[in-house]
Design a binder for this molecule. Sequence first.
Ligand code: FES
Length: 136
Amino acid sequence: MAGNERLNRISERQDESGQLPEPGGARLICASSDLAEGGDGVRFDIEGQGETAPAFAIRHGGRVYAYLNRCAHIAMELDWNPGKFFDTDGEYLICSTHGALYAPESGACRGGPCRGAGLTRLNVFEADGKVYMRKG
Ligand code: FES
């Protein structure tokens, strides 16, 4: 199984859990205050089946979102400068390599060389002023 497939399956399991957030059983990512609306993201790594992959969390529309830090065009990290995921208007996530644009609330391609392919979303939530990722 290719690395991308394995990591996508990790993400799918997290989305399918359907359980209420349990901070005690989730992984702490950062403080809620670390994520400003349309501001810098927080980078972190996820592990699964012996692999480590870069990921990031951002805030948009008052909510937190997280994705694998892997462009859908070429498997490169989006941020040339660490944490800089938004375009200048703070409207879209942008890949610094060739300018692919992604919707912050879904990771869907909104223009550029991603050509309809999106980011891989991770399952994060906020509780008690902290951002957590639900474990698979
Ligand atoms: S690698 Fe992201 S747009 Fe090409």
